[in-house]
Design a binder for this molecule. Structure first.
Ligand SMILES: Cc1cc2nc3c(=O)[nH]c(=O)nc-3n(C[C@H](O)[C@H](O)[C@H](O)COP(=O)(O)O)c2cc1C
Length: 225
């Protein structure tokens, strides 16, 4: 790309990105006090994010790998966490669904900016049983249920009215009736083999603790920032 193709972010009326920086000094992460089970630490940090009323604390970036090794990242919401891993719900026919069907290796990343924290995890992604999707779907607001049927997620559509008229048709079709869970909508679980916790520190000497799964237990390692 030549310089004429990009916006000059250093022009007087533009934000100077090179001057944007924050000093991180809220907390520390030490192996002497960190739990040996990374799920316990993740629960602590998620709870902390909830207590601090951070916006969408369960939002995570999900990165998948497409044909030719081309990655795609997008945000999804964490909707469950148990021994099987980190759960999220989506359209199985979406780009992410198609990519996961071809290659179920993926990564997730949580950012809690106001707490100067990041959690990343890598692992294999598996579909959750459809019964779990059905019970979660039944608990969703009706408008979201309509949305799941109306959206051909990731497909190119002619315009917004195409989507809205499809939603209106579905509203009429299901008036006074329960809306079933679409067969193409459901949950996945990312089962981590690596989880890393990052706590911002001063002078860019951040704390990083990386947990690696070895069989049934986790080993913990300090990583250079
Ligand atoms: C805050 C936020 C939460 C989102 N949560 C979800 C979600 O839980 N599931 C989902 O399928 N898409 C969710 N999305 C939309 C996705 O980022 C994405 O646009 C969509 O899933 C299509 O992705 P794909 O084409 O890569 O498959 C969310 C977006 C944002 C910004």
């Amino acid at each position: 790309m030549t310089s004429t193709q990009i916006t000059d972010m250093n022009a007087p009326d533009k934000p100077n990105l090179q001057d944007l920086r924050v000093s991180y000094d809220l907390d520390a992460l030490d192996e002497s006090s960190a739990p040996s089970d990374p799920f316990i630490l993740f629960h602590d940090w998620l709870h902390d994010a909830l207590q601090h009323q951070l916006p969408e604390p369960n939002a995570m970036t999900l990165a998948t790998i497409g044909q030719g090794g081309i990655p795609t990242a997008r945000i999804v919401l964490l909707k469950g966490l148990d021994d099987r891993g980190f759960h999220f719900y989506t359209n199985y026919q979406s780009r992410k669904g198609q990519e996961l069907a071809e290659n179920n290796r993926a990564a997730i990343c949580f950012l809690w900016t106001a707490r100067q924290r990041q959690v990343t995890a890598r692992g294999l992604v598996w579909k959750l049983p459809h019964d779990e999707a059905k019970s979660y779907f039944a608990a969703r607001p009706r408008s979201h249920q309509i949305g799941a049927w109306a959206s051909t997620q990731s497909q190119i559509i002619p315009d917004r009215s195409h989507l809205e008229s499809r939603a209106a048709e579905l509203e009429a079709e299901y008036a006074d009736k329960p809306i079933p869970c679409p067969p193409h909508w459901g949950g996945y679980s990312l089962v981590p083999d690596e989880i890393e916790f990052w706590q911002g520190r001063t002078s860019r000497l951040h704390d990083r603790l990386r947990y690696l799964r070895e069989g049934n237990h986790w080993t913990r390692h300090r990583v250079s920032p």
